[in-house]
Write a protein that binds this ligand. Structure first.
Ligand SMILES: NC(=O)c1ccc[n+]([C@@H]2O[C@H](COP(=O)([O-])OP(=O)(O)OC[C@H]3O[C@@H](n4cnc5c(N)ncnc54)[C@H](O)[C@@H]3O)[C@@H](O)[C@H]2O)c1
Length: 254
């Protein structure tokens, strides 16, 4: 079960954290993985680790905010069966602590970046007779999280775009779903803890771990497992849905 043999899978932000775990697992399951990254070194390193394990991966240096770069990159990849819209950035702050430039930066990567990849991938999938899309949303898509104004805006948009795509391409054999993780232990989390809570890193890590009723953060591999299921043929009846993977955050925090 859950084989992706011969499927071409594009994973944005596949050089780190959740995207890297997805690239690694999809390649293990037989996919030819295409990692699109702003950080060219990280993409190369991830692709090298995957090929060293005997699986197939290619690295592309591109910025998801740049539509022409994304169109050119997708054209050079050719066939695309799976798209994982994963590249994302965060900003900590309520609306008063979100400057216009912060808002635009988060919008540009998280929202426009996903749009650019959808814009480039959908015609290819239609021409190939179908495809599967998974987009990385967040619990912030559906729950009010403190001090995540711009981030919540962007993840709400991911959820909505994912459903819109699912509706519009029902009859093109394209499925589209989103995943909403609570806190996952990746460089993304370590980065914003050290940037925003300098000197209180250990205390903040503990606090963020405990905010999941299960008492810890998720591992990137656990999110990758859900992405694999959603992209597999076994999930052929699932489209237009959002899947929380949250250690009980949404339903059990009472
Ligand atoms: N870690 C969490 O707790 C968590 C929780 C919920 C949702 N998410 C979402 O999951 C996704 C991955 O998060 P992560 O924790 O693995 O992050 P990460 O920072 O470890 O990895 C993100 C990757 O995206 C790449 N990237 C950033 N901007 C880019 C751009 N403009 N073009 C191309 N690549 C770009 C980065 O270089 C990086 O390698 C993000 O969308 C994030 O919002 C993360």
């Amino acid at each position: 079960m859950f084989k992706l043999t011969g499927k071409h899978a594009v994973i944005t932000g596949g050089g780190s954290g959740i995207g890297k775990a997805i690239a690694t697992l999809f390649a293990q399951q037989g996919a030819v993985v295409h990692i699109i990254e702003l950080n060219a070194d990280a993409a190369q390193q991830a692709a090298q680790q995957i090929t060293a394990a005997g699986n197939q991966a290619f690295a592309y240096s591109a910025d998801v905010t740049n539509q022409q770069q994304i169109i050119d990159t997708f054209q050079s990849i050719g066939k695309i069966d799976i798209l994982v819209n994963n590249a994302g950035i965060a900003h900590v702050g309520n609306v008063e602590k979100t400057a216009e430039a912060d808002f635009e930066r988060v919008y540009s990567v998280n929202v426009k970046g996903a749009y650019n990849c959808l814009f480039a991938a959908i015609p290819v999938m239609k021409a190939n007779g179908g495809g599967v899309i998974v987009s990385m949303a967040s619990i912030a898509s559906s729950v009010g999280i403190a001090d995540r104004f711009a981030y919540s805006m962007s993840k709400g948009a991911i959820h909505a775009m994912s459903m819109s795509i699912a509706r519009d391409y029902l009859h093109d054999n394209i499925r589209s779903n989103s995943i909403s993780p609570a806190r996952v232990h990746t460089p993304f989390v370590d980065g914003f803890i050290s940037k925003n809570y300098a000197g209180q890193e250990a205390e903040m890590f503990q606090k963020l771990s405990q905010s999941q009723p299960i008492g810890r953060m998720a591992k990137p591999e656990e999110v990758a497992g859900l992405a694999l299921y959603l992209c597999s043929e076994e999930a052929g009846f699932i489209t237009g849905c959002d899947y929380p993977i949250d250690g009980g955050f949404i339903k059990l925090n009472n």
